[in-house]
Design a protein around this ligand. Structure first.
Ligand SMILES: C[S@@+](CC[C@H](N)C(=O)[O-])C[C@H]1O[C@@H](n2cnc3c(N)ncnc32)[C@H](O)[C@@H]1O
Length: 335
C-alpha cells in the first residue's frame, strides 16, 4: 500500500485538475459574485447563475471541504477568505485566472507529453498557433488574460524606484492592462506614460486608465515589441515580459528597446527569479506554465544579466526581494 502520507500527497497532485475545473465552474458561473453580500440558499444561486440546483449544491458542499465555502445550514453557503478571491471586483481577484486555467490552459496541458517529446509548447499543437497570436485572434480571451495579469497587481518594488521621481516619460513595454502604468502615474503626478501592447490588452488598458482618470497623461500604442518600440522615454519598463520568451526572442525584444531608447534612458526589468537551488513552488508553477504554453522560462539572476549583456545593456543593480519573495527589479543602461 506504500506510505499513507506519500499516497495522499500524490493523489492530491494527480487529481488537482479536477479541483481546478471545479474552481473554473464557480468562476465562470459567477457564483462568488452572487455571494458577495453574504450567505445565500443554493436554490437562489442556481436560479440566478443558470445552474442545476442539485449539481450546484454538491459542488459548493464538496468545495467547502477544500476551504472555498462555508455551509450555513438553511441559509446556504457563504464565501471563505479563499473563495472571496473568485469574486470579480476584489483586490487580487483570481476569477479571470481560474477561467484561463479552466479553458485554454487546461486544453493545452492535455498535450503536455507533446512538449516532453518535442520541446515545443503544447499550446501551439492544441490551439494551432502560438499563445499571443491566439489571443490576438480571440479578443474575449485576450481581455480575460489582461485582467488576470492585471489583478496580480504591480510589484511593490517599483514604487520605491528613485529615477521615476525625476523622469518625464515612462514607457511600459508589454504593459498588459495598464495596472502598473496606472500605479506609477498615480505615484508620480508629473510623469507621462506610454504603453505598448497587443490590441486586446490596449483595449483593457484604455478602460483601466480611463477609470483611474489618467488617460490624459497616457499614450496607448497598439503594436508589437518585435517590430517597433516608442522612442523618447526616460525610463523603459519590461515587467514579466521576458519570461514568456526563449532566449533568442527575449534578446530580440531587448534589442528593440535598446534601439528605441535615448542613450540617457534607463531600463527596468521586473521578473520573478529562479534561484540557483530551484526557488519557490510558485516560481516552479510559472515555469511549468511557460513550458507548456509559450516557450518561455523562469531564469536565474545570472541568466537575466547574460541576456541584457547580449542585447547591449549594462546592469547597474538588482533590487532585493520585495512583495513576492522571488520578485526582483533589474536596472540597466545602454552600454
Ligand atoms: C505576462 S504579461 C505581463 C503584463 C504586464 N507587464 C504585467 O506585468 O502585468 C506579458 C504581456 O506581453 C504582451 N505581449 C505579448 N506579445 C507582445 C508583442 N509582440 N508586443 C507587445 N506586447 C506583447 C502580452 O499581451 C502580455 O500583456
Amino acid at each position: 500500500m506504500g506510505d499513507t502520507f506519500a499516497r495522499k500527497r500524490l493523489l492530491g497532485l494527480v487529481s488537482g485538475g479536477v479541483l481546478a475545473q471545479c474552481c473554473y465552474a464557480v468562476a465562470e458561473l459567477g457564483v462568488a459574485d452572487l455571494l458577495a453580500g453574504g450567505a445565500r440558499p443554493v436554490s437562489e444561486l442556481a436560479a440566478e447563475c443558470g445552474a442545476d440546483p442539485v449539481a450546484l449544491d454538491r459542488l459548493l458542499g464538496d468545495l467547502a471541504h477544500f476551504g472555498l465555502f462555508r455551509h450555513c445550514g438553511a441559509d446556504g453557503y457563504e464565501l471563505t477568505s479563499v473563495g472571496e478571491l473568485l469574486r470579480t471586483d476584489v483586490l487580487g481577484s483570481l476569477r479571470q485566472t481560474a477561467i484561463m486555467h479552466g479553458e485554454e490552459v487546461a486544453r493545452a496541458f492535455v498535450a503536455i507529453t507533446h512538449t516532453m517529446r518535442t520541446g515545443l509548447p503544447a499550446f501551439d499543437a492544441v490551439h494551432g498557433r502560438p499563445f499571443y497570436d491566439y489571443l490576438n485572434e480571440h479578443p474575449v480571451v485576450a481581455n480575460t488574460m489582461a485582467e488576470a495579469m492585471g489583478a496580480v497587481g504591480p510589484p511593490p518594488v517599483l514604487a520605491r524606484y528613485r529615477p521615476l521621481d525625476s523622469a518625464g516619460t515612462v514607457v511600459d513595454v508589454g504593459g498588459g492592462d495598464g495596472g502598473l502604468l496606472a500605479a506609477v502615474l498615480t505615484a508620480h503626478p508629473a510623469l507621462r506614460g506610454v504603453l505598448l501592447e497587443l490590441p486586446g490588452a490596449v483595449r483593457a488598458a484604455r478602460v483601466r486608465l480611463t477609470d483611474a482618470g489618467l488617460l490624459d497623461r497616457a499614450e496607448l500604442v497598439a503594436g508589437s515589441f518585435f517590430d517597433d518600440v516608442p522612442g523618447g522615454g526616460d525610463v523603459y519598463v519590461l515587467a514579466r515580459v521576458l519570461h514568456n520568451w526563449a532566449d533568442e526572442h527575449a534578446v530580440a525584444i531587448l534589442h528593440r528597446v535598446r534601439q528605441a531608447m535615448p542613450d540617457r534612458a534607463r531600463l527596468i526589468v521586473l521578473e520573478r527569479f529562479r534561484s540557483e537551488g530551484g526557488g519557490s513552488v510558485t516560481t516552479a508553477m510559472v515555469d511549468l506554465l511557460m513550458l507548456g504554453l509559450m516557450d518561455g522560462r523562469q531564469r536565474t539572476e545570472a541568466e537575466y544579466v547574460a541576456l541584457l549583456d547580449q542585447a547591449g545593456f549594462k546592469v547597474l543593480a538588482v533590487a532585493p526581494p520585495a512583495g513576492e519573495p522571488d520578485d526582483r527589479l533589474i536596472e540597466a543602461i545602454p552600454r
